[in-house]
Design a binder for this molecule. Structure first.
Ligand SMILES: *Cc1c(COP(=O)(O)O)cnc(C)c1O
Length: 386
């Protein structure tokens, strides 16, 4: 019974809504990642901090030896504070501000993933002002589609991300003319919540083509970074709580032709943290309408925005009740019609005061919370600390 994983007596004492993280599952997930990645020479895994930057979560991930993939100056600061060595911090993003670039330079981060020539020139200038040479990788847009939600596909020519792959030689040539940047690699990221290994294979094929083109021009790069994007099973958080990292890393090992001495970098976010987190919310009212009944809870899209933003599915369980199931729409208190967590789902009969667990919420949950309606931000609690 899934309720077994929730220490209901302890959760009852905490002010709802809040995030509850199963640290044992997180550590197990990290062990699985390390086990599978370490079977392949030159594989190096970073954690995409934007999925969840809770300091305790970051610390556990750093202890497991992963690097940090950042998309803002704030994330670089959070990673440094959590103890990630700067030699394992990479920084991507289409719109890096000067202060963010300077922060990366001051911390001597491993690499800037550069998304345009104007950005390359600014990094060169700012590095020159500090008497430094910035390591850069070019984020190329591989024009590979991912079979996922349109809002989270990033590798198509129409998306704002990356440099057109046809400009690869031009940007590498440009970098070689500049004194204060050094091109060390190529970077890609095709999207998120990808479950079809064929999408990653398509990326591998593209990388192989681009590497051949580089070789024709006698250029080699030390690092290939294929981004993240591995999805999780939102339908079965208990049965499939650890993603299939073997299949994922084996796909890259088989399909991507690394050159001797090359390192292959990964930037996993969702697959690392999603299943270890649940949003715990309390039932406020049961409202019976003429056609359906609503379970009104104290969490809203300010706490977890994925259902409102991407029509995302999260499994919901009533962890206070064993009573027979009934159908509910689970809705929050916010004055917006999109503030709905699920429609027509079966839950053990709900009463005022019951705790619901909104599952698989460890990624893009707490970190995307807002204070709309002057609501307080949700707090996060670790299973080994309550
Ligand atoms: C968001 C992002 C990731 C992580 O994506 P997941 O789907 O959470 O694995 C990795 N790299 C870059 C550049 C990103 O923007």
């Amino acid at each position: 019974m899934s309720k077994g994983i929730f220490p209901i007596d302890k959760l009852e004492r905490i002010q709802t809504p809040f995030y509850y993280y199963d640290t044992e599952l997180l550590r197990e997930t990290l062990r699985a990642i390390n086990n599978e990645a370490q079977k392949h020479e030159g594989f190096c895994v970073h954690y995409a901090v934007k999925a969840n930057a809770n300091p305790r979560i970051l610390r556990i991930i750093r202890e497991a030896g992963l690097g940090a993939d950042c998309v803002s100056g704030g994330e670089i600061e959070a990673s440094v504070r959590a103890g990630f060595p700067s030699s394992k911090i990479v920084y991507a993003g289409v719109g890096k501000s000067d202060w963010e670039i300077n922060l990366g330079l001051e911390n001597d981060i491993f690499c800037f993933n550069v998304e345009s020539i104007p950005e390359l020139e600014v990094i060169n200038e700012l590095a020159a002002a500090k008497g430094k040479v910035a390591r850069v990788a070019f984020r190329l847009n591989p024009n590979v589609g991912a079979h996922t939600h349109a809002n989270i596909t990033t590798g198509l020519a129409e998306n704002k991300f990356g440099i057109d792959m046809r400009d690869m030689l031009k940007v590498i040539e440009e970098a070689s003319q500049l004194q204060n940047v050094k091109c060390v690699g190529l970077h890609f990221h095709i999207g998120s919540q990808i479950l079809d290994m064929g999408d990653f294979e398509a990326l591998c094929n593209r990388v192989n083509e681009l590497q051949q083109e580089l070789e024709r021009h006698r250029i080699t790069v030390e690092h290939i970074n294929v981004g993240g994007g591995l999805g999780i099973d939102y339908q079965h958080p208990n049965r499939l709580s650890i993603p299939d990292f073997k299949d994922y890393f084996d796909t890259y090992a088989k399909k991507l032709k690394l050159r001797p001495g090359q390192t292959l970098h990964f930037e996993l976010g969702r697959a690392v943290v999603a299943q270890c987190g649940s949003l715990i919310t309390r039932t406020l009212y049961i409202k019976k309408g003429s056609v359906k009944q609503f379970c009104i809870v104290d969490a809203g899209f300010t706490d977890l925005i994925r259902p409102a933003l991407y029509q995302a599915y999260h499994k919901i369980e009533n962890i206070s009740s064993e009573e027979p199931k009934e159908a509910y729409d689970v809705v929050g208190p916010i004055c917006e019609s999109t503030d709905v967590f699920a429609k027509q789902i079966d839950l053990n009969c709900c009463h005022r005061g019951d705790l619901l667990a909104i599952r698989s919420a460890g990624a893009y949950g707490e970190i995307m919370a807002s204070q709309y309606n002057c609501r307080p931000l949700p707090k996060g609690y670790m299973s080994d600390e309550i």
